[in-house]
Ligand binder design. Structure first.
Ligand SMILES: Nc1ncnc2c1ncn2[C@@H]1O[C@H](COP(=O)(O)OP(=O)(O)O)[C@@H](O)[C@H]1O
Ligand SMILES: N[C@@H](CCC(=O)OP(=O)(O)O)C(=O)O
Length: 380
Protein backbone atom coordinates (compact mmCIF):
# COMPACT_ATOMS: atom_id res chain seq x y z
CA UNK A 1 0.00 0.00 0.00
CA UNK A 2 2.68 2.49 0.92
CA UNK A 3 5.70 0.94 -0.79
CA UNK A 4 6.49 4.27 -2.43
CA UNK A 5 7.18 5.96 0.93
CA UNK A 6 10.83 5.00 0.85
CA UNK A 7 11.32 5.00 -2.90
CA UNK A 8 10.04 8.57 -3.06
CA UNK A 9 12.11 9.72 -0.10
CA UNK A 10 14.85 12.18 -1.01
CA UNK A 11 16.10 12.99 2.50
CA UNK A 12 16.54 10.05 4.83
CA UNK A 13 17.67 9.77 8.45
CA UNK A 14 19.16 6.35 9.29
CA UNK A 15 19.43 5.47 12.99
CA UNK A 16 21.50 2.47 14.05
CA UNK A 17 21.37 0.97 17.54
CA UNK A 18 24.18 0.08 19.93
CA UNK A 19 23.82 -3.68 19.67
CA UNK A 20 24.30 -3.56 15.89
CA UNK A 21 27.16 -1.08 15.90
CA UNK A 22 29.08 -2.81 18.68
CA UNK A 23 28.26 -6.41 17.86
CA UNK A 24 26.23 -6.85 21.05
CA UNK A 25 28.95 -5.05 23.04
CA UNK A 26 31.80 -7.23 21.74
CA UNK A 27 33.37 -4.27 19.93
CA UNK A 28 32.82 -2.03 16.91
CA UNK A 29 31.45 -3.97 13.96
CA UNK A 30 33.56 -2.53 11.17
CA UNK A 31 32.13 -4.88 8.58
CA UNK A 32 28.56 -3.80 9.35
CA UNK A 33 29.43 -0.11 9.25
CA UNK A 34 31.35 -0.71 6.03
CA UNK A 35 28.23 -2.32 4.56
CA UNK A 36 26.00 0.63 5.48
CA UNK A 37 28.62 3.03 4.12
CA UNK A 38 28.64 1.16 0.81
CA UNK A 39 24.87 1.36 0.64
CA UNK A 40 24.85 5.04 1.55
CA UNK A 41 27.30 5.76 -1.25
CA UNK A 42 24.99 4.00 -3.68
CA UNK A 43 21.98 5.95 -2.41
CA UNK A 44 23.82 9.24 -2.57
CA UNK A 45 25.55 8.73 -5.93
CA UNK A 46 23.44 5.99 -7.48
CA UNK A 47 22.95 6.21 -11.22
CA UNK A 48 19.83 4.09 -11.27
CA UNK A 49 17.76 6.25 -8.93
CA UNK A 50 17.40 9.85 -7.81
CA UNK A 51 20.14 10.94 -5.46
CA UNK A 52 19.34 10.89 -1.78
CA UNK A 53 20.59 12.89 1.15
CA UNK A 54 21.38 10.78 4.18
CA UNK A 55 22.02 11.60 7.83
CA UNK A 56 23.24 8.88 10.19
CA UNK A 57 22.28 8.82 13.87
CA UNK A 58 24.51 6.26 15.55
CA UNK A 59 24.44 4.84 19.05
CA UNK A 60 27.24 2.76 20.50
CA UNK A 61 29.46 5.22 22.38
CA UNK A 62 28.72 3.85 25.85
CA UNK A 63 28.89 0.20 24.75
CA UNK A 64 32.17 0.73 22.90
CA UNK A 65 33.63 2.81 25.74
CA UNK A 66 32.81 0.05 28.21
CA UNK A 67 34.58 -2.46 25.99
CA UNK A 68 37.66 -0.24 25.69
CA UNK A 69 37.75 0.35 29.44
CA UNK A 70 37.34 -3.36 30.11
CA UNK A 71 34.04 -2.97 31.98
CA UNK A 72 31.69 -5.95 31.82
CA UNK A 73 28.87 -4.27 33.74
CA UNK A 74 27.17 -1.02 32.73
CA UNK A 75 28.13 1.42 35.50
CA UNK A 76 25.35 3.07 37.47
CA UNK A 77 27.40 6.14 38.29
CA UNK A 78 26.51 8.83 35.75
CA UNK A 79 30.03 10.24 35.37
CA UNK A 80 31.39 6.78 34.66
CA UNK A 81 28.79 6.36 31.92
CA UNK A 82 29.76 9.75 30.55
CA UNK A 83 33.44 8.78 30.67
CA UNK A 84 32.65 5.57 28.80
CA UNK A 85 30.72 7.56 26.18
CA UNK A 86 33.67 9.93 25.73
CA UNK A 87 36.04 7.00 25.18
CA UNK A 88 33.66 5.14 22.89
CA UNK A 89 32.71 8.14 20.78
CA UNK A 90 36.34 8.43 19.61
CA UNK A 91 36.12 4.94 18.19
CA UNK A 92 32.71 5.51 16.62
CA UNK A 93 33.76 8.70 14.86
CA UNK A 94 36.98 7.14 13.64
CA UNK A 95 35.18 4.11 12.27
CA UNK A 96 32.49 6.09 10.42
CA UNK A 97 35.11 8.46 9.02
CA UNK A 98 37.20 5.55 7.72
CA UNK A 99 34.35 3.52 6.29
CA UNK A 100 32.64 6.48 4.61
CA UNK A 101 35.95 7.73 3.20
CA UNK A 102 36.58 4.28 1.71
CA UNK A 103 33.39 4.91 -0.26
CA UNK A 104 34.51 8.37 -1.33
CA UNK A 105 32.16 10.07 1.14
CA UNK A 106 33.00 12.87 3.54
CA UNK A 107 31.66 12.64 7.09
CA UNK A 108 31.05 15.06 9.95
CA UNK A 109 30.54 14.39 13.63
CA UNK A 110 27.61 16.22 15.24
CA UNK A 111 26.96 15.78 18.97
CA UNK A 112 23.71 17.25 20.27
CA UNK A 113 21.87 17.72 23.54
CA UNK A 114 18.19 18.42 23.99
CA UNK A 115 19.12 21.89 25.23
CA UNK A 116 20.59 22.58 21.77
CA UNK A 117 17.28 21.85 20.10
CA UNK A 118 15.07 23.50 22.74
CA UNK A 119 16.75 26.85 22.21
CA UNK A 120 15.30 28.38 19.05
CA UNK A 121 18.53 30.01 17.92
CA UNK A 122 20.67 26.93 18.47
CA UNK A 123 17.98 24.81 16.82
CA UNK A 124 18.06 26.97 13.70
CA UNK A 125 21.83 26.88 13.81
CA UNK A 126 21.91 23.08 14.01
CA UNK A 127 19.42 22.90 11.14
CA UNK A 128 21.41 25.28 8.94
CA UNK A 129 24.63 23.37 9.61
CA UNK A 130 23.08 20.00 8.83
CA UNK A 131 21.54 21.33 5.64
CA UNK A 132 24.90 22.83 4.65
CA UNK A 133 26.57 19.45 5.20
CA UNK A 134 23.95 17.75 3.05
CA UNK A 135 24.45 20.31 0.29
CA UNK A 136 28.19 19.57 0.46
CA UNK A 137 27.51 15.86 0.00
CA UNK A 138 28.92 15.10 3.46
CA UNK A 139 27.26 12.51 5.73
CA UNK A 140 26.51 13.93 9.20
CA UNK A 141 27.00 11.25 11.87
CA UNK A 142 25.01 12.30 14.92
CA UNK A 143 24.96 11.08 18.51
CA UNK A 144 23.79 12.53 21.79
CA UNK A 145 26.52 14.52 23.53
CA UNK A 146 26.49 12.01 26.39
CA UNK A 147 29.54 13.47 28.11
CA UNK A 148 27.79 16.67 29.12
CA UNK A 149 24.12 15.72 29.43
CA UNK A 150 22.20 15.79 32.66
CA UNK A 151 18.66 14.51 33.10
CA UNK A 152 17.28 17.97 32.33
CA UNK A 153 18.89 18.25 28.91
CA UNK A 154 19.00 14.73 27.56
CA UNK A 155 17.12 12.99 24.80
CA UNK A 156 17.55 9.75 26.71
CA UNK A 157 17.67 7.44 23.75
CA UNK A 158 18.72 7.73 20.16
CA UNK A 159 15.37 6.67 18.70
CA UNK A 160 13.98 9.95 20.04
CA UNK A 161 17.06 11.79 18.81
CA UNK A 162 16.56 10.24 15.35
CA UNK A 163 12.96 11.48 15.23
CA UNK A 164 13.93 14.96 16.36
CA UNK A 165 16.67 15.11 13.73
CA UNK A 166 14.15 13.94 11.10
CA UNK A 167 11.86 16.79 12.16
CA UNK A 168 14.73 19.25 12.30
CA UNK A 169 15.68 18.67 8.66
CA UNK A 170 12.13 17.74 7.53
CA UNK A 171 13.28 14.32 6.33
CA UNK A 172 10.99 12.23 4.15
CA UNK A 173 11.83 9.01 5.97
CA UNK A 174 13.37 7.75 9.19
CA UNK A 175 14.94 4.29 8.98
CA UNK A 176 15.60 2.69 12.36
CA UNK A 177 17.98 -0.24 12.02
CA UNK A 178 17.95 -2.65 14.93
CA UNK A 179 18.56 -6.28 15.91
CA UNK A 180 15.03 -7.46 15.02
CA UNK A 181 13.30 -7.63 11.63
CA UNK A 182 10.88 -4.98 12.81
CA UNK A 183 7.92 -4.72 15.15
CA UNK A 184 6.16 -7.85 16.37
CA UNK A 185 2.89 -8.03 18.27
CA UNK A 186 5.00 -8.85 21.36
CA UNK A 187 8.72 -8.99 22.15
CA UNK A 188 9.90 -11.97 20.04
CA UNK A 189 12.67 -12.67 22.57
CA UNK A 190 10.02 -13.47 25.14
CA UNK A 191 7.04 -14.60 23.08
CA UNK A 192 7.84 -17.00 20.22
CA UNK A 193 4.26 -16.79 18.93
CA UNK A 194 4.54 -13.03 18.29
CA UNK A 195 3.36 -12.02 14.81
CA UNK A 196 5.25 -9.67 12.53
CA UNK A 197 3.66 -6.27 11.82
CA UNK A 198 4.30 -5.27 8.20
CA UNK A 199 2.63 -1.90 8.16
CA UNK A 200 0.69 0.39 10.46
CA UNK A 201 -0.14 4.02 11.00
CA UNK A 202 2.53 5.98 12.88
CA UNK A 203 0.89 7.13 16.10
CA UNK A 204 -1.55 4.21 16.35
CA UNK A 205 -1.77 3.74 20.12
CA UNK A 206 -2.38 -0.01 19.85
CA UNK A 207 1.27 -0.37 18.74
CA UNK A 208 2.48 0.99 22.07
CA UNK A 209 0.96 -1.96 23.89
CA UNK A 210 2.87 -4.42 21.66
CA UNK A 211 6.26 -2.84 22.18
CA UNK A 212 8.44 -3.64 25.14
CA UNK A 213 11.75 -2.35 26.47
CA UNK A 214 15.26 -3.19 25.32
CA UNK A 215 15.86 -6.88 24.72
CA UNK A 216 19.55 -6.81 25.58
CA UNK A 217 21.56 -4.96 28.18
CA UNK A 218 23.22 -3.04 25.36
CA UNK A 219 20.29 -1.11 23.87
CA UNK A 220 18.56 1.67 25.77
CA UNK A 221 15.07 2.19 24.52
CA UNK A 222 13.76 -1.08 23.15
CA UNK A 223 10.83 -1.15 20.72
CA UNK A 224 8.65 1.31 22.61
CA UNK A 225 11.01 4.23 21.95
CA UNK A 226 11.01 3.31 18.24
CA UNK A 227 7.21 3.35 18.11
CA UNK A 228 7.13 6.70 19.89
CA UNK A 229 9.86 8.01 17.60
CA UNK A 230 7.73 7.11 14.57
CA UNK A 231 4.80 8.99 16.12
CA UNK A 232 7.00 12.01 16.76
CA UNK A 233 8.52 11.97 13.28
CA UNK A 234 5.06 11.80 11.72
CA UNK A 235 4.54 15.39 12.94
CA UNK A 236 6.78 16.64 10.15
CA UNK A 237 5.32 14.21 7.63
CA UNK A 238 8.16 11.70 8.06
CA UNK A 239 7.30 7.99 7.74
CA UNK A 240 9.40 5.44 9.63
CA UNK A 241 10.70 1.98 8.81
CA UNK A 242 12.03 -0.31 11.53
CA UNK A 243 14.23 -3.00 10.00
CA UNK A 244 17.01 -5.45 10.76
CA UNK A 245 20.39 -3.79 10.24
CA UNK A 246 21.99 -6.99 8.94
CA UNK A 247 19.38 -7.60 6.24
CA UNK A 248 21.46 -7.73 3.02
CA UNK A 249 21.30 -4.42 1.11
CA UNK A 250 18.62 -3.22 3.51
CA UNK A 251 18.90 0.48 2.66
CA UNK A 252 19.13 -0.04 -1.08
CA UNK A 253 16.19 -2.42 -1.14
CA UNK A 254 14.08 -0.09 0.96
CA UNK A 255 14.91 2.76 -1.38
CA UNK A 256 13.77 0.61 -4.28
CA UNK A 257 10.41 0.25 -2.60
CA UNK A 258 10.82 -3.28 -1.32
CA UNK A 259 8.59 -4.06 1.65
CA UNK A 260 11.07 -5.07 4.32
CA UNK A 261 10.80 -4.28 7.99
CA UNK A 262 7.82 -2.56 9.60
CA UNK A 263 6.56 0.53 7.83
CA UNK A 264 4.89 3.13 10.03
CA UNK A 265 3.21 5.59 7.74
CA UNK A 266 2.87 9.25 8.67
CA UNK A 267 -0.72 10.27 8.18
CA UNK A 268 -1.05 13.29 10.43
CA UNK A 269 -0.97 16.62 8.62
CA UNK A 270 2.47 18.19 8.59
CA UNK A 271 2.88 20.87 11.24
CA UNK A 272 4.35 24.25 10.50
CA UNK A 273 8.11 24.05 11.29
CA UNK A 274 8.01 26.41 14.27
CA UNK A 275 5.06 24.54 15.80
CA UNK A 276 6.89 21.25 15.29
CA UNK A 277 9.85 22.75 17.15
CA UNK A 278 7.56 23.45 20.12
CA UNK A 279 5.98 20.00 19.93
CA UNK A 280 9.47 18.46 20.04
CA UNK A 281 10.42 19.97 23.39
CA UNK A 282 10.95 17.03 25.73
CA UNK A 283 11.05 19.15 28.88
CA UNK A 284 9.06 22.31 29.50
CA UNK A 285 9.71 25.09 31.99
CA UNK A 286 6.16 25.17 33.28
CA UNK A 287 2.46 24.83 32.62
CA UNK A 288 -0.90 26.51 33.04
CA UNK A 289 -4.07 24.67 33.97
CA UNK A 290 -7.12 25.96 32.13
CA UNK A 291 -10.89 25.51 32.52
CA UNK A 292 -13.16 23.50 30.22
CA UNK A 293 -14.26 26.58 28.30
CA UNK A 294 -10.68 27.44 27.41
CA UNK A 295 -9.98 23.83 26.35
CA UNK A 296 -12.92 24.09 23.96
CA UNK A 297 -11.75 27.41 22.54
CA UNK A 298 -8.31 25.97 21.84
CA UNK A 299 -9.30 22.57 20.49
CA UNK A 300 -12.52 23.36 18.62
CA UNK A 301 -12.22 27.00 17.62
CA UNK A 302 -8.44 27.33 17.18
CA UNK A 303 -8.39 30.38 19.47
CA UNK A 304 -5.62 31.87 21.61
CA UNK A 305 -5.41 31.21 25.35
CA UNK A 306 -6.69 34.21 27.33
CA UNK A 307 -5.88 34.74 31.03
CA UNK A 308 -9.60 34.49 31.86
CA UNK A 309 -9.52 30.74 31.17
CA UNK A 310 -6.49 30.08 33.39
CA UNK A 311 -7.00 28.40 36.73
CA UNK A 312 -3.45 27.75 37.99
CA UNK A 313 0.19 28.14 36.99
CA UNK A 314 2.94 25.58 37.59
CA UNK A 315 6.70 26.01 37.44
CA UNK A 316 8.98 28.90 36.91
CA UNK A 317 9.09 30.26 33.36
CA UNK A 318 10.04 33.43 31.54
CA UNK A 319 8.22 35.33 28.78
CA UNK A 320 8.98 33.49 25.53
CA UNK A 321 9.43 30.05 27.11
CA UNK A 322 7.45 27.10 25.76
CA UNK A 323 4.84 26.05 28.34
CA UNK A 324 2.24 23.32 28.53
CA UNK A 325 -1.49 24.05 28.63
CA UNK A 326 -3.28 21.37 30.66
CA UNK A 327 -6.90 20.57 31.33
CA UNK A 328 -8.25 19.99 34.85
CA UNK A 329 -7.16 16.32 34.69
CA UNK A 330 -3.58 17.27 33.86
CA UNK A 331 -3.75 16.21 30.18
CA UNK A 332 -1.59 18.41 27.97
CA UNK A 333 -4.02 19.79 25.38
CA UNK A 334 -1.62 22.29 23.81
CA UNK A 335 1.66 24.09 24.31
CA UNK A 336 3.02 27.39 23.20
CA UNK A 337 5.11 30.49 23.85
CA UNK A 338 4.20 32.31 27.07
CA UNK A 339 3.54 36.02 26.74
CA UNK A 340 3.89 36.47 30.49
CA UNK A 341 6.41 35.04 32.96
CA UNK A 342 5.10 32.64 35.62
CA UNK A 343 5.00 35.28 38.40
CA UNK A 344 2.79 37.56 36.31
CA UNK A 345 0.75 34.67 34.95
CA UNK A 346 -0.18 33.65 38.49
CA UNK A 347 -1.66 37.10 39.05
CA UNK A 348 -3.55 36.98 35.76
CA UNK A 349 -5.43 33.71 36.36
CA UNK A 350 -9.18 34.20 35.71
CA UNK A 351 -8.77 37.87 34.77
CA UNK A 352 -10.56 39.54 31.86
CA UNK A 353 -8.56 41.46 29.27
CA UNK A 354 -9.68 44.86 30.66
CA UNK A 355 -8.29 43.88 34.08
CA UNK A 356 -4.74 43.21 32.89
CA UNK A 357 -3.48 46.78 32.71
CA UNK A 358 -4.76 47.93 36.13
CA UNK A 359 -3.26 44.78 37.62
CA UNK A 360 0.19 44.86 35.99
CA UNK A 361 0.56 48.54 35.16
CA UNK A 362 1.13 47.61 31.50
CA UNK A 363 -0.21 45.18 28.90
CA UNK A 364 2.21 43.21 26.78
CA UNK A 365 -0.49 41.14 25.07
CA UNK A 366 -4.10 40.26 25.80
CA UNK A 367 -3.37 36.58 25.26
CA UNK A 368 -1.38 34.35 27.58
CA UNK A 369 -0.46 32.28 24.48
CA UNK A 370 -1.32 33.61 21.03
CA UNK A 371 -2.76 31.03 18.61
CA UNK A 372 0.07 31.72 16.13
CA UNK A 373 2.47 30.48 18.81
CA UNK A 374 0.38 27.53 19.93
CA UNK A 375 0.40 23.88 18.90
CA UNK A 376 -2.33 21.39 19.83
CA UNK A 377 -1.10 18.21 21.50
CA UNK A 378 -4.43 16.38 21.45
CA UNK A 379 -7.57 16.47 19.33
CA UNK A 380 -11.05 17.71 20.27
N1 LIG B 1 7.08 -5.88 20.05
C1 LIG B 1 8.39 -5.98 19.84
N2 LIG B 1 8.85 -6.29 18.60
C2 LIG B 1 10.19 -6.39 18.37
N3 LIG B 1 11.13 -6.21 19.31
C3 LIG B 1 10.73 -5.89 20.57
C4 LIG B 1 9.34 -5.76 20.89
N4 LIG B 1 9.24 -5.42 22.20
C5 LIG B 1 10.50 -5.34 22.69
N5 LIG B 1 11.41 -5.63 21.73
C6 LIG B 1 12.86 -5.66 21.97
O1 LIG B 1 13.46 -4.47 21.50
C7 LIG B 1 14.81 -4.77 21.15
C8 LIG B 1 15.37 -3.66 20.27
O2 LIG B 1 15.57 -2.50 21.05
P1 LIG B 1 17.03 -2.09 21.60
O3 LIG B 1 17.62 -3.24 22.31
O4 LIG B 1 16.91 -0.79 22.30
O5 LIG B 1 17.79 -1.94 20.21
P2 LIG B 1 18.67 -0.78 19.57
O6 LIG B 1 20.00 -0.84 20.25
O7 LIG B 1 18.73 -1.20 18.13
O8 LIG B 1 17.96 0.52 19.77
C9 LIG B 1 14.71 -6.11 20.48
O9 LIG B 1 15.90 -6.83 20.53
C10 LIG B 1 13.56 -6.79 21.21
O10 LIG B 1 13.99 -7.74 22.16
N1 LIG C 1 24.11 7.93 23.05
C1 LIG C 1 24.11 6.55 23.48
C2 LIG C 1 22.99 5.82 22.80
C3 LIG C 1 21.93 5.35 23.72
C4 LIG C 1 20.82 4.62 22.93
O1 LIG C 1 19.75 5.14 22.70
O2 LIG C 1 21.13 3.39 22.48
P1 LIG C 1 20.21 2.48 21.50
O3 LIG C 1 18.93 2.10 22.23
O4 LIG C 1 21.06 1.31 21.21
O5 LIG C 1 19.93 3.28 20.26
C5 LIG C 1 25.42 5.88 23.05
O6 LIG C 1 25.99 6.25 22.01
O7 LIG C 1 25.86 4.97 23.75
Amino acid sequence: MASNVLSDARRIVVKVGSSLVTNEGRGLDEAAVGEWARQLAQLMHGDDAPRREVIMVSSGAVAEGMKRLGWAQRPSEVHELQAAAAVGQMGLAQMYETKLREQGLGSAQVLLTHADLADRERYLNARATLLALLRLGVVPVINENDTVVTDEIKFGDNDTLGALVANLVEADALVILTDQKGLYTADPRRDPSAQFVHEARAGDVTLEAMAGGAGSSIGRGGMITKILAAKRAAGSGTSTVIAWGREPDVLIRLARGEAIGTLLVAQTPKKQARKQWMADHLQLQGAVTVDAGAVNKLLRDGKSLLPVGMVAVQGDFARGDVIAIRDAKGLEVARGLANYASAEARRLCGKHSYELEPLLGYVAEHEMVHRDNLVLMTSA
